[in-house]
Design a protein around this ligand. Sequence first.
Ligand SMILES: Nc1nc2c(c(=O)[nH]1)N[C@H]1C(S)=C(S)[C@@H](COP(=O)(O)OP(=O)(O)OC[C@H]3O[C@@H](n4cnc5c(=O)[nH]c(N)nc54)[C@H](O)[C@@H]3O)O[C@H]1N2
Ligand SMILES: Nc1nc2c(c(=O)[nH]1)N[C@H]1C(S)=C(S)[C@@H](COP(=O)(O)OP(=O)(O)OC[C@H]3O[C@@H](n4cnc5c(=O)[nH]c(N)nc54)[C@H](O)[C@@H]3O)O[C@H]1N2
Ligand code: SF4
Ligand SMILES: [Mo]
Length: 680
Amino acid sequence: MSAVRAVDALRTTCPRDCYDSCGVLVLRRGGRIAAVRGDPAHPVSRGHLCGKCSMAYNHEWLDPARRLTRPLKRVGPKGAGRFEPTSWEQAIEEIATRLTGIVERHGAAAILNAHYTGTISLLAGLAPMRFFHRLGATEVTPDTICNMAGHVALRLLYGTSLDGFDPRAAREAACILVWGANPHASAPHAHEHWLPEAPGRVIVIDPVRTPTAARADVHVQPFPGSDAALAFALLAVMHRDGLLDRAFIAQHVTGFEELEPALAGADLASLAALTRVPVALIERVAHRYAPGPSLLWLGQGLQRQRTGGNVIRACGLLPALTGNLGRPGAGVLYLNGNLAARGIDEAYLTAPHLAPAPLPSVSHMDLAAALSDPGRSRALFVWNMNPLASAPRQRELKRALEREDLFTVVLELFATDTTTLADYVLPAASFLEFDDLVVPYFHMALSAQVRAAAPPGEALPNLEIFRRLARALGFTEPELAESDARILATLLARSGLGETFDSLAAQGTVWIPRDGARVQFAEARYPTPSGRIEVASAQAEAAGLPRVPQCWADAPPGAGLLRLLSPADAWLLNTTFGNVERLERRLGAASIGLHPDDAAERGLAEGAAARVENACGALTLAVRITTEVPRGVALVHKGRWLSGAPDGANVNVLNPGEKSDMGESTAVHGIEVRVRAATC
Ligand SMILES: Nc1nc2c(c(=O)[nH]1)N[C@H]1C(S)=C(S)[C@@H](COP(=O)(O)OP(=O)(O)OC[C@H]3O[C@@H](n4cnc5c(=O)[nH]c(N)nc54)[C@H](O)[C@@H]3O)O[C@H]1N2
Ligand SMILES: Nc1nc2c(c(=O)[nH]1)N[C@H]1C(S)=C(S)[C@@H](COP(=O)(O)OP(=O)(O)OC[C@H]3O[C@@H](n4cnc5c(=O)[nH]c(N)nc54)[C@H](O)[C@@H]3O)O[C@H]1N2
Ligand code: SF4
Ligand SMILES: [Mo]
C-alpha cells in the first residue's frame, strides 16, 4: 500500500506541570501526526493520557488554525487585540533595538522576566535562562506563584526540598499520608493506579472531600490554614502514647528538646476545636502513621496559606520524629525536582556565570505593583506563563499591562489573555515539535521529549527564539549560540546514565536507579548546616522566623466571610487548555462550590448567580451546592480564561497577592470573600 497509509509510532513525554510525566505514543501517518496517545509500555500512563491532554493534544494543539504560527506585532492601542504578522527578522531586530534602548536608559533591571512551568522540559523551560542571565534582567521569582514557602520550610528542616521519597517505595509502605495534595486532579495516574495499588492504608488530609479523599481509607478534614496545629496534635498524641522514635531522634535530629515542651503541654481538646478535627480521629491517624513504614506526601496546595511555611515545617516533623526516614517504604515528598539526582548539570544548562551580578528579583505577589511603576519596569518578557489569568491582583495587573510605555514580548503557542496585551507575540513550538529532556518531579526518572512533527507555520522552540535575540543584541558568548543537539548531547554525556539522546528516545524513559526504589536519606546525610534534621534552626532565627515550628492555625474568616480555595481543576492544567472547546463544553460556566448551610444562609439555590467579592475585586459565579466543602469554605477551581467570562475576569481578580510567611510566596488558599446573590 502507499506510504501515506504507513503508520509509525514514536515515543515521547508529556512535559506539562503535572506529577505524572506520562509516556506518550505519537502515531504518524505519512509523516503527519495522526494521534497522540498514552504509551502502553510506560508504567505511569499505561496507554492512556489524562482526559484533558487527550482532547487538547489531538485537536487544538495539532490545529494550525488555532495555534500561533507567525510573529505578531501590535497595531493600535494596547489591549485592543489588533496585531499584524511580521517576519522573524523584523520582529527580532525591533525587539533587540527596543531592549538596547531600555538597557541604555534605564538599566537591564527594568526588564522583567516572567516565566514558569508552561512546559517543564529542560531546553524550553530552563535553558532560556542563559539569555536572561547574560541580559541581567529582573527575575520574577518563579516559585513564588506556586510553592516557594514549602521549599524554604523544608530546606530549613531537612536541608533539601527536592529529594523526596521514590514513589516506587509505596510497595513497602504500611501507610501513605497525602497531606494537602489532590492527585485526582493534579496527578491523575497516581490517583488511578499508584494509590489504589499501594498495599498500605491511605490517609488524606484535605479540607475538601476531593475524589482522592473520598477514595481513601481515612479522610481528615481540617479547616484550611490549621494544619500546623493538626501536626502538633498528631505529634502530641504520639508523644503521649510513646510512638515517637527516641533512638532516631537522638541520632539524627537536632533541637527536639526545644519542641518537646509544646508536645507535652498540648491541649488536645483545644487543638481539635482549632482544626475542627475530632480528637478520636487525630488519635487514629497518629497510631496509623507513626509505626510505619509510612510515606508522607506534602502537597503544594497545603502551603498556599498565610503561614504556609510554618505549616510545612510542622507537618515535616512527622517523619523526623517517628523515624519514618532512611528505611524502605518510609519517607517524605514535596517535589522530586533535584536535577543533579538525574545527573543533569544545571549550571551548564542555565549558565548563571553569564550574569553580570546576581539577578535582581521580585515576587509574583509584587508583579502587578512592579509593572504599574515606570520607575521599576520598562519591558516585560513572558514565556511558559499566562500571568494575566494566573497571577494575583488581576485588575491592577491588567491596568499595568495596558501601559503604552511598557514593552511586552510574549512567547506562546496560543493567543491567550496575556498575549492580547503584548507588543510582540512570538509563536512557540509545542513539545511535539522539538527534541528535549523531561525531568519528572514526582517519579525518579529522566525522559525524552522527541520531535514528532514540524512546528506549524513559522513557530520556533523557545530556545531558538532566545538564540536569535542574543545574536541580534550582539551577545557573543558561545553558550548563547549552542545548538539544541549539542546541549542535549552534553547533558546526557555528563549525566553518567550511559544514554545518548537516540538511545533514551528509543526507551522513552529511564528509571533512576533502574533497578527499583532508592531509600530516601539511606545514608542519613541531611544537607543542613549541622548535617542533622534541624527541628530548631539557627538559620530560621537569623531570617527572622521562629527557631522551631509553631503550633499555629490561621484565624478563621471574619463574620459573614468564607475562606476561598482555588486548587487544580481536573480538566484544566493551570490555564493551559482553557481554550480547548471540548473541555469548555464539559466544564460549563465557572462555579463556586458552597456548603448547603452556607448557601441557604445566603438564600442561594443551586445554579443561582452569586456575587463573590472582597477588597481586591468581584466575580459572578454559578452556585454549586456541595457537601465536598465544610462550612465556611468556598471552592472555585483555578484555570479559567478571562476572555469569554461574563466579568472578563477569573478567580484571581479576588486574589490580593498576600504573601505567606516564607519565601515571599503565594497565600492564594488564604483568600476571604463575601458571597451573596447577584442582583441583575
Ligand atoms: N489537572 C491539573 N493538574 C495540575 C494542575 C492543574 O491546574 N490541573 N496544576 C499543576 C500545578 S502548577 C501544581 S503546583 C500542582 C498542585 O497540585 P496539588 O499539590 O495537588 O495542589 P492544589 O491543587 O493547589 O491543592 C491540593 C489540595 O490542597 C487542599 N488545600 C488547600 N488548602 C489547604 C489547607 O490549608 N490544608 C490542607 N490540608 N489542604 C489544603 C485543596 O483543597 C486541594 O484539594 O498540580 C499540578 N497539576
Ligand atoms: N487562584 C489561583 N491561582 C493560581 C493557583 C491557584 O492554586 N489558585 N496556582 C498557581 C500555580 S501553582 C501556578 S504553577 C501558576 C501557573 O500559572 P502559569 O505559570 O501562568 O501557567 P499556565 O496558566 O498553565 O500558562 C502556561 C502557558 O504556557 C504556554 N506554553 C506551553 N508550552 C509552551 C512552550 O513550549 N513555550 C511557550 N512559550 N509557551 C508554552 C501555554 O500555552 C500556557 O498558556 O498559577 C498560579 N495561580
Ligand atoms: S498532564 Fe499529566 S496526566 Fe495529563 S498526559 Fe500530561 S503528564 Fe499525563
Ligand atoms: Mo504550580
